[in-house]
Design a binder for this molecule. Structure first.
Ligand code: ZN
Length: 473
């Protein structure tokens, strides 16, 4: 059987965090009253003229620089003509053959090196309005009406297009996570997938391994989470391989996913080659970005997440470094380590316990949090969990939780342990017969019995002593 290589390219749209829209002074606000942020420019009244948003241009340049792109001396806005209810001008102002940022790349660190994913371009454009389908599913099929909210119309977007350099669903996911964290740290967008301020489409094709041909690709749209995207890509790769191995051909088509139901199969539609009749926007002059502005923006870029992953991976395992940085937790981690917390322990607490709380790491007082983590082995599990859950509130004081000492007194624990061993004699025999994993079951029983107050290390020590060796028959 031939082996196949997936070829994946991404197209990412990011909403910029500007105060006003791309070509008018309407505010950019998420979840405002529908159609409250509109004006003659973004509603396309005849004669209304666009004025570009300087901040949006600078944000796009900054993002381009962080993606190692060249900033064009001259960029041109074009009209992309198409008719749709969300597009009142019947064209979108976008950039076509002279985009603002070109020829970059983002290096994605991996456990055994790194992969550089080419960035073909990063350009500016305006978003369309939002069609709201009135139906239980929120999808166009089965809708009884479609309403248009023009608040989003004309808001600034950066479109980032990668080269088809990605060869696995996992790399696609890791690239997107790293890109998102880079964008968030540049402070040009909040890049929140749930809010739609970061959206992406994925192109997928497969080819015989070792060849460099590009076969027919399909496009996956409406991806709303990184895991969902990875799952969709895996399925699509498998589907295409199956078609080729059965002697068939892959059709060029678009797969629309239902973001509200990850398990429902995608709707398919044939992709027709649209002619957008691009031509330069006559109401706007070309964008010239002075070199000193480019250099000022370059100077504003701090150490990028990809670089930090590699640096932190010198101290921690690669996986831990990756989770900390892409989760926006590494700065707090560094402060905890500075406060004397063991690096691995700090990483575990942040990635497992803290991340689950949804707390903002910037709101944590590292000195107090460090006290809680250092006291962990001596306090009850419950006190530790409650401490982590409140660590990001302004009033957090570790002492409230570190005083709740775990019971490590053997005289107090032994009767409970004996009772549990007696009540579960079958399990105890199984443990002695080689099922060592049952130790966790017994520890859990004792913890339950003591209301989470027992010191689990002492409990497992006593259990091992009382149960004796675990040897397979
Ligand atoms: Zn407006």
């Amino acid at each position: 059987m031939a082996s196949w290589e997936p070829v994946i390219g991404l197209e990412i749209h990011v909403h910029l965090k500007t105060r006003t829209k791309m070509f008018c002074r309407c505010p950019v606000e998420y979840a405002a009253v529908p159609n409250s942020n509109t004006c003659p420019v973004c509603l396309a009244f005849p004669g209304a003229l666009p004025v570009p948003n300087r901040r949006a241009i600078e944000d796009c340049v900054k993002l381009g620089l962080a993606l190692d792109c060249a900033v064009a001396e001259r960029a041109v806005f074009h009209r992309k003509n198409y008719f749709y209810p969300d597009n009142p001008k019947a064209y979108q102002i976008s950039q076509y053959d002279e985009p603002l940022c070109v020829d970059g790349g983002l290096t994605v660190p991996t456990a055994d090196g790194e992969e550089r994913i080419g960035i073909v371009r990063a350009h500016l454009e305006e978003d369309a309005a939002k069609n709201v389908h009135v139906a239980a599913s929120g999808r166009i099929h089965g809708a009884t009406a479609t309403l248009v909210d023009f608040n989003r119309c004309g808001t600034p977007l950066v479109e980032i297009v990668t080269a088809p350099d990605i060869h696995s669903a996992d790399t696609a996911k890791r690239f997107l996570q790293l890109l998102r964290q880079t964008i968030v740290e540049l402070d040009v967008s909040d890049a929140e997938l749930e809010k739609g301020s970061m959206r992406f489409d994925v192109n997928v094709s497969v080819r015989p391994a070792g060849s460099d041909e590009l076969r027919t690709r399909t496009e996956l749209k409406n991806m709303n989470s990184f895991n969902f995207a990875a799952k969709g890509i895996e399925r699509e790769i498998a589907r295409q391989i199956r078609i080729y191995e059965e002697g068939g051909t892959v059709d060029q088509e678009t797969l629309h996913f239902d973001p509200t139901n990850e398990d429902s199969p995608p709707l398919r539609s044939k992709e027709e080659a649209q002619d957008y009749r691009y031509f330069p926007e006559p109401d706007l002059v070309p964008v010239h970005t002075p070199r000193d502005v480019v250099e000022r923006l370059r100077g504003e870029i701090g150490e990028l997440p990809g670089t930090r992953i590699r640096r932190i991976a010198d101290t921690l395992a690669f996986y831990d470094a990756d989770v900390l940085v892409t989760g926006g937790l590494d700065q707090l981690w560094a402060k905890l380590v500075h406060e004397g917390v063991d690096p691995k322990e700090a990483a575990n607490v942040l990635a497992n316990d803290f991340a689950a709380t949804g707390g903002n790491p910037n709101d944590v007082n590292p000195a107090e949090f460090a006290k809680l983590i250092k006291a962990r082995p001596t306090i009850t599990r419950d006190a530790f969990s409650r401490g982590v859950a409140t660590s990001f509130s302004g009033s957090f004081v570790a002492g409230v939780f570190t005083e709740q000492k775990a019971v490590s007194d053997v005289a107090e624990l032994d009767p409970v342990i004996d009772r549990i061993l007696a009540a579960n004699a079958g399990q105890a025999d199984a443990y002695r017969g080689g099922k060592e994993g049952l130790l966790g079951f017994f520890v859990g029983q004792v913890m339950k019995e003591t209301g989470g107050k027992a010191d689990p290390r002492v409990v497992s020590e006593r259990l091992r002593e009382k149960l004796g060796p675990s040897t397979p028959a």
